[in-house]
Design a protein around this ligand. Structure first.
Ligand code: C2E
Ligand code: CA
Ligand code: CA
Length: 497
């Protein structure tokens, strides 16, 4: 009786640990697939061009995501460009219908023994296939080898002995991803429970939800979300997300010091959209990565064209979320951005918002460390609201913080400097952090902020967010014409209603 109770407890503990382990593995693999997906979406604009004209770009794209070994472009079911060899030809019969599909193959001509995972993204008659070294990806995502269990994809199984047909077995405790056609299945429970200290060694099986003939895969998304995702995908492919630039002013000399890049969606039916109407959805989807990548590339291109007008050490900031801090995607994008400019000509800043909270694990620290080595600066955005957390100032070793415009709006009224704002500014000074104040609309606000040691100012008092073509003329005038007291009153009304 006593023994069976202990065994029950042990079994329960093990089941709990097993499902936690499953979830951890699932989320690691989802993050890996997010990067693979981003690489495929970003390569889609190349799929329609002749191989020789896009091979260089395709190779660069393949190099951005370390998990991706190579990329293939296909049209009408035929591969017409392979990033490794530049060659064409090859059968794509392993994939079924649907926009997104995954499949295992035993190996390549160069390495027949290295199993590969293929990720296919399709747009009309065009396809991009991202080729991933399956074992390597697993090890990188999970931190250990496939182990005793196996990784199953559409009726195939990758285990210690390589790739084999998987036996049909019921996947008792499967946890399915809501974002990819994958499932994590723990090993079938033993007849006798293992001691709990061994229960972390559960073999984990990854099963890609198989469709019918040949194990083709269909991604089962909610129809509404699928519609939205199709919109995001189109917007990225057609370049509908465009960068707007809001200039920043240095408090020390009141000269232009940089710009914040703010996304706008040039929607074919709904016109120019501000981020409030789409950013939450975009950030929750995996399309935020290719969208940010596209914005960074386009901004680099536009700013390079006006470089003679930009002062040396001009700040360019982009908005990122914690999702950007997983894997090597962000450092690679920043490298690409910086490589467009002569060294030290531009200072790249990332404004990190914590809408959902940041989990500062080892991987996040490694990414931040790499960014710092590259000279990229990190600022905490919307400081003082939402999840922004004092401990992150120290934890993430940020270079600066950006005070949300909600605090600035209250400034300059008879109430003056609020205790919270005073405390934030005090803290920043003690920690030697740069401080940017956003939403500065009146001269009185600017004066109060300068008196209290703010480094940079941003707001309608100086300039609104501008399209690329309007930026040079805005930067050619002085930030604050003499006598400027405040912005026109319609803007104040905007803030109240
Ligand atoms: P944010 O990062 O806090 O950006 C500042 C927002 O305040 C911008 O709104 C800007 O237009 C607005 N603003 C600037 N000066 C003034 C002022 O003097 N008065 C008033 N009333 N507003 C001012 P926007 O462009 O609508 O962006 C809204 C938010 O969308 C941003 O807030 C940011 O969190 C997010 N966002 C924008 N672009 C991106 C992006 O590329 N990626 C991500 N992840 N988020 C973005
Ligand atoms: Ca921002
Ligand atoms: Ca803000």
């Amino acid at each position: 009786m006593g023994l069976s109770l202990i065994q029950d407890n042990v079994l329960q503990t093990r089941q709990l640990e097993t499902s936690q382990e499953q979830r951890r593995v699932l989320s690691q693999l989802e993050m890996m697939l997010d990067e693979v997906h981003a690489a495929a979406v970003a390569a889609m604009p190349l799929a329609d061009a002749p191989c020789e004209s896009v091979l260089g770009a395709l190779r660069r794209q393949a190099a951005v995501v370390p998990q991706v070994r190579s990329l293939l472009l296909a049209r009408d079911g035929e591969v017409h460009c392979a990033s490794l060899s530049g060659e064409s030809g090859g059968d794509l019969g392993m994939f079924g219908g649907g926009q997104e599909a995954l499949a295992f193959v035993a190996g390549s001509a160069v390495a027949p023994e290295r199993p590969l995972l293929l990720y296919r993204w399709r747009q009309g008659s065009q396809q991009v296939i991202a080729v991933v070294d399956a074992r390597h990806a697993w090890r990188a995502a999970i931190g250990r080898d496939v182990g005793d269990g196996a990784w199953r994809v559409a009726g195939m199984q990758l285990g210690n002995d390589g790739l084999a047909r998987s036996p049909t077995r019921p996947d008792a405790a499967a946890i399915a991803s809501s974002r990819y056609p994958i499932e994590i299945v723990a090993d079938a429970p033993d007849a006798m429970p293992r001691p709990p200290w061994r229960s972390f060694h559960v073999g984990v099986l990854l099963v890609l939800l198989a469709g019918i003939p040949g194990g083709y895969l269909i991604h089962r998304l909610m129809p509404r979300r699928q519609g939205r995702h199709r919109e995001y995908e189109r917007a990225i492919r057609k370049g509908e997300f465009v960068p707007y630039y809001q200039p920043l002013v240095r408090a020390a000399d009141m000269e232009w010091a940089g710009v914040e890049v703010l996304a706008r969606w040039l929607h074919p039916n709904r016109g120019l959209l501000a981020p409030d109407s789409f950013m939450t959805g975009l950030e929750r989807s995996r399309f935020i990565l290719p969208a940010t990548g596209y914005l960074m590339e386009r901004a680099a291109h536009e700013l390079a064209g006006m470089l003679p007008q930009l002062p040396v050490g001009f700040h360019v900031s982009f908005n990122i979320t914690p999702a950007h801090l997983a894997g090597r995607w962000l450092p690679e994008q920043c490298q690409r951005f910086l490589s467009v400019f002569p060294q030290d000509r531009i200072i790249l800043v990332l404004e990190l918002t914590e809408r959902e909270g940041v989990e500062a694990d080892e991987d996040v620290h490694a990414v931040l460390e790499e960014l710092r080595r590259m000279g990229v600066r990190i600022a905490l955005d919307d400081f003082g609201v939402g999840h922004s957390n004092l401990s992150h100032l120290q934890d993430l070793r940020v270079d600066g913080l950006k005070i949300d415009r909600g605090f600035i709006a209250r400034l300059g009224s008879p109430a003056g400097m609020t205790p919270i704002l005073r405390t934030i500014l005090d803290l920043a000074e003690r920690m030697d952090l740069d401080v940017v104040a956003e939403g500065v609309e009146t001269r009185a606000q600017a004066d109060a902020l300068i008196r209290h040691g703010v480094t940079l100012l941003q707001g309608y008092l100086f300039a609104r967010p501008l399209a690329g073509q309007d930026l040079p003329s805005a930067l050619s005038r002085t930030p604050l014409p003499p006598g400027a007291q405040h912005v026109d009153s319609t803007l104040k009304v905007n803030q109240l209603i």
